[in-house]
Each structure stands twice: as structure tokens, then as C-alpha cells.
Design a protein around this ligand. Structure first.
Ligand code: ADP
Length: 234
């Protein structure tokens, strides 16, 4: 439709501008990082007096560079396309959990797993991990007072195509239908300081590039289930 066309033209334009800006930001960040290290060395033992300040500077510079990386990934996903390989989804989940374990511990979240998939997916490993991390981190944010994170894999056919289903479910705050309708929009976020609103739109790009689909069902006050369907690797 015309509306979709205008939308995709707008997105392409945003993508170009974003990629340009992100590249421009990368250089000063690298300069700041390098000089911070020099200052620390020049200060020698006295650097200890400003430990907290150095840590904050490190953290914030790191945060900016993470945002820039995400923006670039969103704006120029093809530049980030890596090797695709066959993976057992349960194995990828097992390898991903340690990356987020500290978050799960901090908020007291129990993890339940139900691995039934026997088929393999065809995808870049880092990208699949990234999608899982995005979904898990969102689930953690939705459960500030703890809860249960359920990770399921199963074989599942869709439109007569053989595939697999990866489900990430939380017992968190959930979403109203209005909110749910916007979550895959680029830059849509309800997290004021910490959010970029890119996690789910990037995940959607990565999954659809493999011929898959990502969707969500949610109930306010009860929780949310994100489902990732991917075709079976033949
Ligand atoms: P970000 O996490 O940076 O905000 P995302 O694209 O990952 O960006 O998510 C967009 C928005 O979708 C979030 O700000 C949040 O409002 C909502 N959301 C995503 N996952 C969940 C979830 N599991 N439970 C409740 N809300 C969610």
C-alpha cells in the first residue's frame, strides 16, 4: 500500500542518516577512549583518587559506543551479515544464558527450559545469540521484582514449511494491545534512559533475513511470550 511505501522510504532515509551520524560519532569516541587511558597512566597512583569518575567515564563511553553499534546494525544490517551455520537451538540457548546470568541473578529470576526441538536452524550464530539476548534482557526488564523466564524450543511447521519455534516467556508486567502493536517499530521504547527502541526491530530484521518470523502475545499484569519461528536447515 501507499502507506507502507512511504513508511519504507522514510525508514531507508532514516537508515542513511543514522549510518552517517553513527560513523561520525565512532571516531571521537575512539579518541576519548584513548585519551582517557593516557590521562590515567599519567596520573599514576593519583588515578586511584578518581576511581569512581574513571569508572563512570569508561561506562558511559562504552554505552555510547554500544548505542552507535546498534544504530549501525539497524541502519546497515547487510554490513553486519555473517556466516550462517546449522545450529541446534537448545545449544545456542545454553551458550547464551551465561551472557545474561548476572542480570538473572541480580533480579532473582528463575529459568525454566523445555527443549523439544530436534531440527536444526540455519543462522549466523552471533545474530541468533543477539536476538536471544534482546528477548531475555527485555524479559528481565519486565520482571523488576523477579519471576520466571521460560525458554522453549520445539519443531513446528508453518504454512507447510518445516521449521522450529523458539519461545521466550516472562511472568512480568505484560503489555496492552496498543503497546504490543508498536514494539517492533524502530526507536519505540518505554525505557526512558536505558532504552534505544532498537532491540526488537533489529531482531525482526535478523530473523526475517533468515526467512523466519517473530511475534508476541501479552497480557498486562501476567506476562509476555515472544515467539521466533525459523525454517529448518535443509
Ligand atoms: P528497548 O528495550 O531498548 O526499549 P526494544 O525494541 O527491545 O527496545 O523494545 C521496545 C519496547 O517493547 C520496550 O521499551 C518495552 O516497552 C516493550 N517490551 C519489549 N519486550 C517486553 C516484554 N517482555 N515485556 C513487556 N514489555 C516489553
Amino acid at each position: 500500500t501507499t502507506k507502507q511505501l512511504i513508511m519504507s522510504e522514510k525508514l531507508a532515509a532514516i537508515g542513511e542518516i543514522t549510518a552517517g551520524v553513527a560513523h561520525e560519532i565512532n571516531n571521537p569516541i575512539a579518541v576519548m577512549q584513548g585519551n582517557l587511558e593516557v590521562v590515567r597512566q599519567v596520573m599514576g597512583e593519583r588515578a586511584d583518587d578518581a576511581k569512581t569518575e574513571f569508572r563512570l567515564l569508561d561506562e558511559q563511553i562504552h554505552r555510547i559506543s554500544q548505542i552507535v553499534t546498534k544504530l549501525l546494525q539497524f541502519a546497515k544490517p547487510e554490513e553486519y551479515a555473517g556466516f550462517v551455520e546449522r545450529h541446534a537451538p537448545a545449544q545456542v540457548i545454553s551458550d547464551t544464558l551465561p551472557l545474561v546470568q548476572h542480570l538473572l541473578n541480580k533480579t532473582g529470576i528463575a529459568v525454566e527450559r523445555d527443549d523439544r526441538a530436534e531440527r536444526l536452524v540455519l543462522m549466523n550464530r552471533t545474530e541468533l545469540q543477539q536476538v536471544l539476548v534482546n528477548l531475555i534482557v527485555n524479559a528481565v526488564h519486565a520482571m523488576p521484582d523477579g519471576g520466571t523466564l521460560t525458554l522453549k524450543t520445539s519443531d513446528s511447521d508453518r504454512d507447510e514449511r518445516a521449521g522450529l519455534l523458539l519461545e521466550v516467556a516472562d511472568t512480568g508486567v505484560g503489555m496492552s494491545p496498543d503497546l504490543l502493536a508498536k514494539v517492533f517499530d524502530p526507536f519505540f521504547t518505554t525505557k526512558r534512559r536505558e532504552g534505544t527502541g532498537l532491540g526488537l526491530s533489529i531482531s525482526q530484521t535478523l530473523i526475517s533475513r533468515q526467512g523466519g518470523k517473530i511475534s508476541a502475545v501479552s497480557e498486562p499484569g501476567k506476562g509476555t511470550v515472544f515467539s521466533v519461528w525459523l525454517p529448518e536447515a535443509s
